[in-house]
Design a protein around this ligand. Structure first.
Ligand code: XMP
Length: 178
């Protein structure tokens, strides 16, 4: 797997330190009480597992499938909700976790849906935010790292379903991308 990576962008230790700080910010900012956390699958799985174990409060954890990429390296522009069940968020404070903020379409669409479902407040946390002009005007409340506008894998992020288990964020060799 390491042979397919051209460059390590953010290594494991650096991610861990940043997650310590993000978890403290989240713990400080949210009102007392049980918080509902929604993890966007599959990309935010690794980020969420490592971040949420650092947050010392009672959390209710839900997952949500959102399809916007469909396997390639370019966004298709359409956000689908393929799950039949949508998390119960009426009257709740929600923390939404995603792996990366790119065009902004995913966070925009999911936030809107959560508000439509009756959430009191929706805050968002992403591991990565690409430095670019977004298709939707949306900013995450908690950002792990700002990165250049390039395709990355690892730490939950995939290329055609692969590389999610890389323990760091990296850039693939051009020879691996087709
Ligand atoms: P939008 O464009 O809706 O994108 O903000 C969010 C989703 O797009 C995927 N995405 C990536 N996946 N490497 C990936 O593996 C990338 O560089 C990348 N950029 C966007 C990802 O699923 C994210 O949730």
């Amino acid at each position: 797997m390491r042979n397919d990576i051209e460059r390590v962008l953010i290594d494991e230790a650096v991610i861990g330190k940043r997650l310590d700080a993000m978890a403290q910010d989240i713990e400080r900012d949210f009102p007392r009480g049980t918080l509902v956390v929604i993890i966007l699958l599959k990309g935010a799985l690794v980020f969420a597992a490592d971040l949420l174990r650092r947050v010392p409060r009672v959390l209710e954890i839900e997952t949500l499938n959102v399809a916007s990429y469909h396997g390639g390296t370019e966004s298709t522009g359409k956000v689908d909700f393929p799950d039949r069940h949508f998390p119960e968020v009426k009257g709740r404070h929600v923390l939404l976790l995603d792996d990366i903020l790119d065009t902004g379409r995913t966070l925009h669409a999911v936030t809107q849906r959560l508000i439509d479902e009756g959430a009191v407040a929706v805050h968002t946390a992403v591991l990565l935010a690409k430095d670019k002009i977004r298709a939707e005007e949306v900013a995450a409340d908690y950002v792990g790292f700002q990165i250049d506008d390039e395709f990355v894998v690892g730490y939950g992020l995939d290329y055609q379903g692969l590389y999610r288990n890389l323990p760091y964020v990296g850039v693939l060799k051009p020879s691996v991308v087709h």
